[in-house]
Design a protein around this ligand. Structure first.
Ligand SMILES: [Zn+2]
Ligand SMILES: [Zn+2]
Length: 378
């Protein structure tokens, strides 16, 4: 979701003449040239450790995302809200309390082991609001009530908004990573980050408009304006996801909406909830977004049952960075299989490459170790 295809994103060019010290820098950081890229190649490189430390500090930026958040109502302590129920869900796909999570390594998303405590968490709400908000999910068995489905959607969207804001906050940090390198490398790094920031901001605009609607529904306890589709699995699916996306193409390569539209886009939330026996995959959307979401899901529903698991895996890797995997499953795949799934998610975060309409069509890859036993519109 990093890129809005069709939107003319400008690119950076090096100025022909050396800028003045007080000119805005060519990299469009908003900083004066003299304090930014002037003699950048001579500046000491930043240590990866200090960058990591600073990034994690930004991730801990304290704020509560609840619509009623205020110094009076909030508990002060921000918890790392779990985007899928931590003990109940993630532990079912963990090995020695670790799952695989995606992280950037040499400019590419790769899987690495992360502890359950760190997996899928974000400092999205204060402890009071986190407990209050998700009580119906965290303290009751999952029976797919309207409230539970709304909460899955709310949590998925909150996570997406938080992740996008965080990604934007880390851009200035990443912009400094070209210190001590030659001009060509500087232009490449800055161009990539400049495009990425524009794409992130475009995505955030629509996510923020959606979360405003979700907040209204939350406060009014208006769960009826949400619809969705549930898929139940026989064994524990080897994945856990809680995220949101803008439907673009369906499973038969039909276009659903143009992501370059100036209108607010239809938004779909997606949750893969593994359980100790079986699991549920939930597509939930607000009635405002019904048009594209219903078409996308209908195209999935038309597939034969036996093809659904791999279709869902394609969909997951096509769109969601926030995708945790069972290490036993992932390690059981061949190098080619892993590469083909990772290629999808790396395309998703590329600011320069577009998806093709047939991205969700059957590519022949078979990696699922579970079956779909039931599906249901609600
Ligand atoms: Zn600069
Ligand atoms: Zn709060």
């Amino acid at each position: 979701m990093a890129r809005i295809p069709g939107t003319p994103l400008e690119t950076l060019e090096l100025p022909e003449d050396p800028p003045k010290q007080t000119d805005p820098c060519w990299c469009r950081s908003g900083i004066e040239f003299g304090k930014c890229h002037f003699e950048r190649h001579l500046q000491p490189r930043e240590s990866p450790w200090s960058a990591l430390k600073e990034a994690s500090r930004l991730n801990d930026a304290k704020y509560c995302g609840h619509p009623l958040a205020s110094p009076v109502t909030c508990s002060g302590k921000i918890v790392r809200a779990h985007t899928v129920q931590l003990e109940g869900a993630l532990s079912t796909i963990a090995v020695d309390r670790h799952v695989y999570g995606l992280a950037m390594k040499d400019g590419r998303l790769e899987y690495g082991l992360i502890g359950l405590r760190k997996a899928s968490t974000f400092s999205g709400f204060c402890s009071y609001h986190d407990a209050e908000l998700f009580r119906a999910l965290e303290t009751k068995p999952f029976t797919a009530t309207k409230e539970q489905l709304f909460l899955l959607a709310y949590r998925a969207l909150s996570k997406e908004v938080y992740a996008k804001r965080y990604a934007i906050r880390t851009i200035p940090l990443q912009r400094r990573q070209d210190k001590g390198s030659d001009a060509l490398h500087q232009v490449n790094v800055q161009s990539y980050l400049y495009l990425r920031e524009q794409a992130l901001r475009l995505g955030l605009r629509d996510l923020e408009s959606a979360i405003a609607d979700y907040d209204k529904a939350l406060l009014a306890r208006d769960h009826d304006r949400f619809s969705g589709y549930l898929v139940f699995t026989d064994k524990t699916p080897d994945l856990a996801v809680s995220a949101a996306m803008f439907p673009e193409f369906d499973f038969q390569a039909n276009a659903l909406q143009s992501l370059s539209s100036a209108e607010c886009l239809d938004l779909l939330t997606y949750t893969v909830l593994p359980m100790s026996s079986g699991g549920v995959i939930a597509f939930v959307w607000d009635s405002k977004s019904a048009r594209s979401c219903e078409k996308l899901v209908a195209s999935l529903d038309r597939l034969p049952m036996r093809e659904l698991p791999d279709a869902l895996i394609r969909f997951t890797y096509e769109y969601f960075e926030n995708c945790f995997a069972n290490p036993l499953w992932w390690d059981s795949l061949s190098g080619v299989q892993r590469e083909r799934l990772l290629a999808r998610i790396n395309l998703a975060v590329s600011p320069t490459d577009d998806r093709t309409p047939d991205c969700l069509k059957d590519d022949g890859l078979r990696t699922a170790r579970w079956n779909v036993i039931a599906k249901e519109w609600f």
